[in-house]
Design a protein around this ligand. Structure first.
Ligand SMILES: [Zn+2]
Length: 608
């Protein structure tokens, strides 16, 4: 049995589609026709064929330069195409040109590859078609395949929920890490390479191109930036009021059906509402937002044919370049304003005002809608697809059948716009050299820091961890993305702390100050603390023998009636403690000067 075609035969029905963007498909006599076009969008070229094609294209035109921005763990070059009318295309020279830069990447999830094929067609048309003017006032950086190793882990069985192409890459990279969970912790070479590009080229707009899974609807392309649930309000406004209308207009004119980003609250019943939240800096769009760089997440609809999806992406890329031609300067100015924001209290997360607790999309039915919410949520006029609920003879549970017929419904559009977990902005952070791995990662993000050459005593606030558990709301006591995540509670200590030579000071008075806070405050879900980079502080290594601690405890009680009282109360309140010699002696030990002061002390200092 051919399982691949079996999965395809179970996909919901699809509406016949034709649009003006079909005119972008190369004629068969075009020497630069792509494999995808030649195959009538049945297949997509592999890494080698793609890069060979780009090398030839770049060699044939002065408008394109191909550079490697890094190597994957399996040794493949991650290539980027620089499209520019500038003769010198180094980062410094492009900066000097003053033109706004669009950075677009495809294949972060390499089975969701539409962006690669769209970019090949568009760059071909810029070089040899009639679209050279797109570069008159804009420079364009394009990464055709970001997850290069996974792209070659190709099979017809990788994306059962997606309508083509036949050969699809894998979601995670060769280390089985999801690149779109890696923007904060930056374990992977792929994401480190992209961040390096951001640091060197300073793109004014960043676009990350995906394909969805999940519910059915009429839209073939959905996209957007973070709205008000983010840290770049000016950029958010521009994306909503300038970018989106312009892109929607071009897409519609070309026969596509653009929509906002969609995540059904309940994936068997879209009428229950849509949810839009900021996922935190582990995700490309939130990361861009926190860096104050306009960032757009593109999600093509997996149930639409590959051809339709590629052409929609082509239109969106072209529309974006066109818009930057006239709007690039304005967006740059808005970006500079957002970069200058220094909030006194910085939210570490955003929540949906109308909802209690976190949204767990896999178990959407568990979400409680709070009646106490002050503001009613927005609504959305959804271009949906009719569905019905079936009873499964296999699992005896309900599941959804999508019927292929368009329906329109007005649904609630929940947005995570309420800032929460506020942290007072310190003037800066002190990090000891023992945290060299964390320091190296902060540096890779482009965060500016000063190294001290002589030990220095600094008056700082530090966190003492009072309780910690492994895991977060979604993954308890199990690893996630190669890490045992940690969440905990803290109390603050004011200390005079000696930071050895080699320690670094990070001022929050920089455009990436906000990012630094999200990476360094333990309460942030994407901090290095939360990702488990500080687990050695959970270990106490020195101890006192009981034959010393027993008489010492006796003496301590004799010397202090207060301690005596505290001890009696603790024993009365805690039966386990009462019967545990080790716990009792540790309790006395913790009250002596012999106790390890660094145990459970988060080693990063906050200076005010
Ligand atoms: Zn994706």
């Amino acid at each position: 049995m051919n399982l691949s075609s079996t999965a395809q035969s179970f996909l919901p029905p699809v509406m016949d589609w034709h649009g003006r963007s079909e005119s972008f498909i190369a004629k068969s006599n075009n020497p630069w026709i792509t494999t995808t076009e030649k195959s009538a969008f049945e297949t997509t070229p592999d890494y080698k064929e793609t890069m060979t094609w780009f090398k030839k294209l770049a060699a044939a035109t002065p408008l394109l330069t191909m550079v490697s921005i890094g190597k994957s763990i399996e040794g493949r070059d991650i290539y980027m195409i620089i499209a520019s009318t500038e003769k010198n295309t180094t980062a410094a020279a492009l900066k000097k040109s003053g033109k706004p830069i669009l950075l677009a990447q495809a294949g972060i999830h390499s089975g969701e590859i539409d962006g690669k094929d769209a970019g090949m067609m568009l760059l071909r048309d810029i070089a040899f078609g009639n679209k050279k003017t797109l570069l008159d006032r804009v420079n364009f950086l394009f990464i055709p395949i970001l997850s290069v190793d996974a792209h070659e882990h190709s099979s017809p069985y990788n994306r059962p929920n997606q309508r083509g192409p036949q050969n699809q890459g894998w979601r995670t990279n060769a280390q089985n890490l999801n690149l779109n969970r890696d923007y904060a912790k930056i374990d992977t070479r792929e994401i480190r390479s992209v961040i390096q590009v951001m640091n060197e080229y300073h793109p004014v707009l960043y676009m990350d191109i995906h394909v969805t899974d999940g519910v059915d609807y009429q839209y073939d392309i959905t996209f957007g930036g973070l709205g008000l649930q983010g840290n770049s309000p000016g950029i958010a406004q521009w994306l909503e009021t300038t970018y989106k209308p312009a892109a929607d207009k071009d897409l519609t004119a070309n026969g596509h059906i653009p929509g906002q980003l969609l995540t059904a609250l309940n994936d068997i019943d879209f009428s229950k509402g849509n949810v839009l939240t900021a996922g935190g800096p582990r995700f490309s769009d939130s990361y861009g937002n926190i860096r104050h760089m306009a960032s757009i997440l593109v999600e093509n609809h997996s149930l639409k044919p590959f051809k339709q999806r590629v052409l929609g992406t082509y239109v969106l890329l072209e529309s974006t370049l066109k818009l930057l031609t006239t709007q690039g300067k304005t967006l740059k100015e808005i970006t500079e304003k957002d970069k200058a924001i220094r909030l006194a209290k910085v939210p570490m997360a955003w929540k949906i005002p109308q909802m209690d607790g976190m949204v767990n999309f896999e178990r959407a039915a568990n979400v409680k809608i709070s009646v106490a919410a002050t503001a009613p949520p927005d609504s959305l006029n959804l271009l949906g697809i009719a569905s019905r609920i079936l009873k499964s003879p296999v699992t005896n549970a309900d599941y959804v059948e999508w019927l292929g017929k368009p329906v329109t419904m007005t649904i609630v559009n929940y947005k995570g716009t309420e800032p929460t977990d506020f942290i007072t902005r310190p003037k800066g952070y002190w990090i000891p050299p023992s945290c060299d791995d964390v320091i190296a990662r902060l540096k890779l993000h482009g965060i500016k820091m000063d190294v001290i050459n002589e030990a220095r005593e600094v008056a700082v606030e530090m966190y003492r961890i009072t309780k910690y558990v492994y895991g977060d709301d979604n993954h308890q006591l199990e690893p996630f993305e190669g890490h045992m995540q940690v969440s905990g509670t803290t109390k603050t200590e004011t200390r005079k702390q000696l930071f050895p030579a080699g320690a670094v000071y990070i001022s929050t008075n920089q455009s990436l100050g906000h990012l630094a806070m999200l990476l360094l405050e333990p309460v942030s879900k994407d901090s290095y603390f939360s990702w488990g980079f500080f687990q050695s502080i959970f270990q106490r290594t020195e101890y006192i023998e009981p034959y010393i601690m027993e008489p010492m405890a006796k003496k301590m009680l004799e010397d202090s009636p207060d301690l005596q009282k505290e001890f009696e109360e603790k024993k009365a309140a805690d039966k386990v403690f009462f019967n545990d010699q080790n716990a009792i002696l540790t309790w006395f030990y913790s009250k002596t000067k012999f106790y390890d002061d660094r145990y459970l002390l988060y080693p990063v200092g906050r200076e005010f």
